[in-house]
Design a protein around this ligand. Structure first.
Ligand code: SAH
Ligand code: SF4
Length: 345
């Protein structure tokens, strides 16, 4: 059993079954979520017999580190974890000014098949468990703590589609924002979705504080169908309706992601169509020049095209930020773990 899978109540029940007094749960919880220990033996205020019992029946981290890469400026670090069943997932730490942002994975592979995305190109393997999502964060929290730093932001922009693994992803968010534990502000976690309409509506109904980003990438169905296969199932109008519903329900601003692909979705026509779509909406657009991947021939837009695209959006009163790409030299393997999330906005 992985101990990060347990909620506080479940931990309490479990320790009670082992015959432990009530206050043990609090002790173990603190070690896990405020001290980020990686071994039960580090839980110094527990009796030795309990530590042994924990070691026999549970694990804290069960992934191994398959590789580690640092960007040339040293600000970005990517870790490839291997899970016990052999699956690989990636987590990226990005340092930018005072921010320490983690880009985490929610699935091994992805079923959505977006043509420009390295994860989409590899296909779907499986959902990550709650503990596999949480462990990525705690691993880096532990590492950052060694230098007195801490995780300030999380983006669910690693491998996988978070809303396709809805329950585990949101349970992990709840775990990480628990005030008695890791206590990260809900607004510091961004969930990025390719646009699963029913899940967006469910998310809106749950009135969650965690910001949402929508990977739009095209403003006409003809163009989006080519890039994002699930657009056939939930075309742009349905998606935008769900976005309006979300804003109405939550009063929150939405972010739209747009990877600019040279000669593809970076035309003035697309910018106009996007302007028309988003005009008057409580939203912001992140423009990210495409990160080329092996399985897709498209390339990033030139600076002139990016500027022209942004200027056209501004004509519609739609605000946008061009994301700087830091750590690009370590090619976060899922092809999308970029610094879209740091700087600006
Ligand atoms: N599945 C979710 C979250 C993971 S992808 C989603 O699609 O939103 C995170 C972001 O990276 C998405 O906006 C995705 O469209 C984008 N992305 C994927 N491949 C990319 C690439 N090669 N270049 C730039 N952005 C990319
Ligand atoms: Fe999956 Fe997101 Fe990649 Fe599309 S962009 S294949 S939804 S990870």
């Amino acid at each position: 059993m992985n101990i990060y899978d347990l909620s506080y109540d479940e931990l309490m029940d479990w320790l009670a079954k082992l015959g432990e007094p009530k206050f043990r749960a609090q002790q173990v919880w603190n070690w896990l979520y405020t001290k980020y220990v990686t071994e039960f033996a580090e839980m110094r205020n527990l009796p030795k017999s309990l530590i042994e019992e924990l070691e026999e029946t549970a694990v804290i981290h069960n992934a191994t580190i398959a590789s580690e890469q640092h960007s040339s400026d040293g600000q970005t670090k990517k870790v490839l974890f291997q899970l016990p069943d052999g699956q690989f997932i990636e987590t990226v730490l990005m340092r930018y000014e005072k921010r320490r942002t983690l880009c985490i994975s929610t699935q091994a592979g992805c079923a959505m098949g977006c043509v420009f995305c390295a994860t989409g190109q590899m296909g779907f393997f499986r959902n990550l468990t709650v503990s596999e999502i949480v462990a990525q964060v705690l691993y880096f929290a532990h590492e950052l703590a060694q230098t007195g730093e801490h995780v300030t932001n999380i983006v669910m922009m690693g491998m996988g589609e978070p809303l396709h693994n809805y329950n585990n992803t949101l349970t992990a968010v709840d775990r990480l924002t628990d005030e008695t534990g890791f206590n990260l502000g809900a607004r510091k976690i961004t969930i990025s979705t390719v646009g699963l309409v029913p899940a967006i509506r469910r998310y809106a109904d749950e009135q969650r504080q965690t910001p949402l980003a929508i990977s739009l990438h095209a403003a006409t169905d003809a163009e989006r169908d080519k890039l994002i296969p699930i657009n056939h199932r939930w075309p742009i109008n349905d998606l935008i309706e769900a976005c309006h519903y979300y804003i109405e329900k939550t009063g929150r601003r939405l972010t739209f992601e747009w990877a600019l692909i040279s000669g593809e979705n970076d035309t003035i026509e697309q910018a106009r169509a996007l302007g028309n779509l988003l005009q008057g909406m409580l939203c912001h657009v992140n423009l990210i020049p495409l990160n080329p991947t092996a399985g897709y021939s498209g390339g990033p837009s030139s600076k002139e095209r990016v500027d022209a695209f942004q200027a056209e959006l501004a004509n519609f009163g739609v605000s946008s930020t061009v994301r700087v790409r830091r750590g690009i030299d370590i090619q976060a393997g899922c092809g999308q773990l970029r610094d879209r999330v740091v700087g600006g906005q």
